[in-house]
Each structure stands twice: as structure tokens, then as C-alpha cells.
Design a protein around this ligand. Structure first.
Ligand code: HEC
Length: 164
């Protein structure tokens, strides 16, 4: 009898914890990739045909592709700074560049070219990197050349863009 009570008490204590941590886990494909796609992919997608000049290719800017997990994890600057350093948001170049002042040459996306990440998005990205940069089921954007349309307006500061 006592054992049963103890077991019930232990379950009562730990089950809710498990539930909370499962809910808190960030889903890369649903919660992070949408603002990489809208903010970065226009310039950082695989090499493709230039629709305005047939026969000519458009290369990813700087050679950096941000449409699949493998390239995102492999990408590093010439100085060896990783785009994503799992567990270390401050050492992750992606987060460094989005946080630089708008007028800095290394700030991305360049002002007016794509929607800026909101503070909530920067925070979410930092949390995802801190948690180990787990891509979960997500391997790649199935349609990396199709971009979301942008009306030129920035998002509300506290919001994050998410996939349905
Ligand atoms: C309008 C085009 C454009 C967009 C949009 C864009 N970039 Fe870039 N990005 C560039 C270009 C051009 C370079 C290469 C500069 C060079 O080779 O010196 C670059 C290089 C980079 C670099 C490496 C250079 C450095 O300073 O560390 C990082 C990191 C980067 N981009 C991240 C991003 C992120 C993150 C986003 C989205 C939030 C983004 N970029 C959106 C054009 C863009």
C-alpha cells in the first residue's frame, strides 16, 4: 500500500515535468526555418538558373546555402566561425550577424531586402542553438527556390513567423 502511494506521488511529480519539456522542445521546421526562409534564403539558396537570363546561373551569396541541415551545420566563415555552433549561441555567426546594428556591413539581411528577424525570433533561435541545434525530422526545404512574398513591411516586434 505504501509503495503504491509512493509510486503515485513520484509519478505525480515527474509526469508533468516530462510533459512540459516535451512541449518546450523547439521544432526547427515549424518554428525556426520559416524566418530563415523569409529572411535569408533569397540570397542563400542552391545555385539555380537565372529566370531573367536563361543559361546564366545564380550562385548562393558567399557560397553559403541555408536550405538544408547539412549545409547549415557545415557553413563557416573564412575565419572558421561556424554559422551554427550547437550549444553556443554567442559563437554562432548567424546570430551574430542578425544582432549587429542595421548599418553594419556584416548585418544580414541587408535592410529592405528581406524581413528582419524580430527580437522574439532571435531569442527563439538562440534557445534552439543553446538546446543543441537539433533539427529533429527536418532535413531540407523541399522547395528551396520558391520564396514567400514580402510586402516590404517589418513584422511586429514580439512575434515569430511559424509554419502552419
Ligand atoms: C539580399 C541578399 C542577402 C540576404 C537576404 C542575406 N544575406 Fe547573408 N550574405 C549576403 C552576401 C552578398 C554575403 C557574402 C558577403 C561576402 O562574400 O563578403 C553574405 C554572407 C553571409 C554570412 C557570412 C559573412 C559574415 O559576415 O559572417 C553570413 C553569416 C550570412 N550571410 C548570414 C545571413 C543570414 C543569417 C541571413 C538571414 C537572416 C542572410 N545572411 C540574408 C547576402 C544576403
Amino acid at each position: 500500500m505504501r509503495k503504491t502511494i509512493l509510486l503515485a506521488a513520484v509519478c505525480g511529480l515527474f509526469l508533468p515535468l516530462l510533459k512540459v519539456s516535451a512541449q518546450d522542445k523547439i521544432d526547427f521546421g515549424k518554428q525556426i526555418y520559416p524566418f530563415i526562409k523569409s529572411g535569408c534564403v533569397q540570397c542563400h539558396r542552391p545555385e539555380h538558373e537565372n529566370p531573367e537570363r536563361p543559361g546564366r546561373k545564380i550562385k548562393p551569396k558567399g557560397g553559403y546555402v541555408m536550405t538544408n541541415a547539412e549545409s547549415l551545420l557545415a557553413a563557416a566563415t573564412e575565419d572558421g566561425v561556424k554559422f551554427i555552433a550547437p550549444g553556443k549561441p554567442d559563437d554562432s555567426r548567424i546570430l551574430q550577424v542578425v544582432k549587429l546594428p542595421l548599418e553594419d556591413d556584416h548585418h544580414y539581411p541587408p535592410e529592405g531586402k528581406a524581413p528582419q528577424w524580430t527580437d522574439a525570433e532571435k531569442e527563439l533561435f538562440a534557445k534552439w542553438v543553446a538546446e543543441g541545434a537539433n533539427f529533429g525530422e527536418w532535413k531540407e526545404d523541399p522547395d528551396p527556390l520558391t520564396l514567400p512574398t514580402w510586402d516590404g513591411k517589418e513584422k511586429e516586434p514580439g512575434t515569430t513567423e511559424t509554419a502552419p
